[in-house]
Design a protein around this ligand. Structure first.
Ligand code: ADP
Length: 189
């Protein structure tokens, strides 16, 4: 199964993607996690991405498109994958389309978790305060506001793009986590 998880920061995409990864033996590919690993390892990509991420902007499309193109060819993705945090704008969605066409891969579904924006800030600041590894550089109130704005302006149109293809499933991300998981599973059956 080839899936995309869409949703604003704090919608619970990452948690749900991990659960679905396990339940369906897929591979979760989080561009945010991969970029944070690159920043920590101070690779070339990491050095380029560090400040961009800290202020809540998007790293250049060619960087993330390249990361995903390499990753989905790996043997651990043979049974399927969940793209978490990618595509994040229309250009990335179009690049993904071309990439999948070339590899003869079809997407099965795009799961969108909808959450009211007022709820998101509270969720993320709480998560940042409780994090064992310490808060992320982009979990300040200012960067967070910017991430939400970037989501509204650049990522929300991606949902329409997949709605047009008839594969968008929008679920209520404000329900309890277990309920959201059940609904995702039901949507995939
Ligand atoms: P969240 O969804 O909570 O904002 P992510 O871990 O998905 O967190 O992303 C964190 C940051 O990583 C983004 O704000 C952005 O700077 C960068 N990033 C992640 N995925 C992409 C992407 N597909 N395109 C561009 N930048 C990305």
């Amino acid at each position: 199964m080839k899936l995309i998880f869409l949703g604003p920061p704090g919608a619970g995409k990452g948690t749900q993607a991990q659960r679905i990864e396990e339940a369906f033996s897929l591979r979760q590919l989080s561009t945010g996690d991969m970029l944070r690993a690159a920043v920590a390892a101070e690779t070339e990509v990491g050095l380029l991405a560090k400040d961009i991420m800290a202020r809540g902007d998007l790293v250049p499309d060619e960087v993330v498109v390249g990361i995903i193109a390499d990753r989905i060819d790996q043997p651990d993705c043979a049974n399927g994958f969940i793209l978490d945090g990618f595509p994040r704008n229309l250009a990335q969605a179009q690049a993904l389309d071309a990439m999948l066409l070339e590899k003869n891969i079809a997407l099965d579904a795009v799961i969108e978790l909808a959450v009211d924006s007022e709820v998101l800030i509270g969720r993320i600041l709480k998560r940042a305060a409780e994090s064992v590894s310490g808060p992320r550089a982009d979990d300040t109130e200012e960067a967070l506001q910017h991430r939400l704005q970037v989501y509204e302006q650049q990522t929300a149109p991606v949902a329409d793009f997949y709605a047009g293809k008839g594969i968008l499933r929008t679920l209520d991300g404000m329900q309890e986590m277990d309920e959201v998981t059940s609904q995702i599973k039901a949507a995939l059956r």
